[in-house]
Design a protein around this ligand. Structure first.
Ligand SMILES: Cc1cc2nc3c(=O)[nH]c(=O)nc-3n(C[C@H](O)[C@H](O)[C@H](O)COP(=O)(O)O)c2cc1C
Length: 325
């Protein structure tokens, strides 16, 4: 079983990739999408989204990171992929799922799910532009407004040369509304020969097990669920692999040092106006799983001053140390 961390623009960036891969259990990450329009992107754009390119395309914990591109023009995608390839990513993933209006209006992301032939052209152009040994994979939804073309789309990805397909089991129209339709994935799996990875609405070990059963996929991609419960990948491994991977529950006291590290990285690497919001965004998801995060979230919710938040994070860590004595 392979467990992948989902690309999530504005949420699961290099800061959280660092933190979550330190906690452990994930085999690979995918960067947030890098949007390709008509121009050749300078290296700094790739490096800004994926600073792991400066570290052999791995997080500091050593987990490989694949770079994701989004775009609909085969020539432009190929030229940018060739430049990106020179920076040495572990692989290149192509986004065919983004529901954002501005992206879809230009024919990118999920809009391409209406045009399997264009999908094949985009994947084929990227595949031809990068070294043969570099994996090129694709990530799709079940469709745009409905699922009518889902197998054609997956087959187009394979025909273009994708070596793996992640399926977020919802259409663009479904947005992020539960449920995810894991039971649709077997039809896609049976229509291609490359490995298919199941994704969508996996928040707990039980959901991971049900998703594997209904989708028939051994491999899963975890998104918001692992942000809310950083121990989720380890817990899924323990449940699936049994004795090979002993259960190692990640509790709040394990996470407090990670929250501190997260805040330090956010302050060092992100724009001042983004910082407080990023901490609150993570705590907001963590409180789904940890009652202590609810209290922490309420304490920090109205704060905006960086110095005060830093003092609060230090106090949180001290409180946790005392609690452990
Ligand atoms: C805030 C946010 C940003 C996302 N950004 C991306 C992205 O950059 N590329 C991509 O392929 N999918 C993106 N997704 C979709 C996720 O990778 C994933 O497919 C989706 O969240 C379903 O998985 P989950 O229910 O486990 O979160 C994003 C999702 C969210 C919530």
């Amino acid at each position: 079983m392979r467990l992948l961390l989902a690309p999530m623009e504005g949420l699961l960036d290099f800061v959280l990739r660092d933190v979550l891969t330190r906690v452990g259990g994930a085999d690979r990450c995918v960067s947030e999408f890098i949007r390709v329009t008509g121009t050749l992107l300078p290296d700094k754009v790739f490096l800004r989204t994926m600073p792991e390119l400066n570290n052999g395309s791995r997080t500091l914990a050593g987990v490989p990171v694949r770079a994701q591109l989004l775009g609909s023009d085969p020539d432009s995608m190929a030229a940018n992929a060739a430049n990106l390839a020179r920076l040495g990513p572990e692989g290149i993933d192509l986004n065919f799922g983004c529901p954002a209006k501005v992206v879809n209006r230009h024919g990118g992301g999920a809009a391409l799910l209406q045009d399997p032939e264009q999908i094949a052209r985009v994947v084929g152009a990227v595949r031809a532009a990068v070294p043969a040994a570099m994996p090129v994979s694709a990530k799709m939804r079940l469709g745009f407004n409905d699922t009518a073309l889902m197998t054609e789309c997956a087959q187009a990805m394979q025909a273009g040369g994708a070596c793996e397909i992640v399926v977020h089991a919802r259409t663009k129209l479904d947005g992020y509304r539960p449920p995810a339709y894991w039971e649709m994935i077997p039809r896609i799996r049976e229509s291609v020969t490359v490995p298919v990875v199941a994704n969508g609405e996996i928040w707990t070990v039980q959901e991971a097990l049900r998703c594997r059963e209904q989708s028939g996929c051994s491999d899963l991609m975890l998104g918001r669920g692992i942000v809310a419960d950083p121990g989720l990948a380890l817990a899924i491994r323990a449940a699936v692999e049994g004795e090979q991977t002993p259960a190692a529950e990640v509790c709040w006291s394990d996470l407090v040092p990670q929250v501190q590290r997260f805040w330090d990285m956010v302050c060092e690497d992100l724009e001042p106006r983004q910082r407080a919001g990023r901490l609150k965004q993570w705590l907001n998801l963590l409180r789904r799983r940890f009652p202590e995060a609810e209290q922490a979230y309420q304490e920090v919710r109205t704060q905006t001053d960086q110095r005060e938040i830093t003092l609060w994070v230090q106090a949180l860590a001290r409180r946790q140390e005392w609690a452990g004595l």
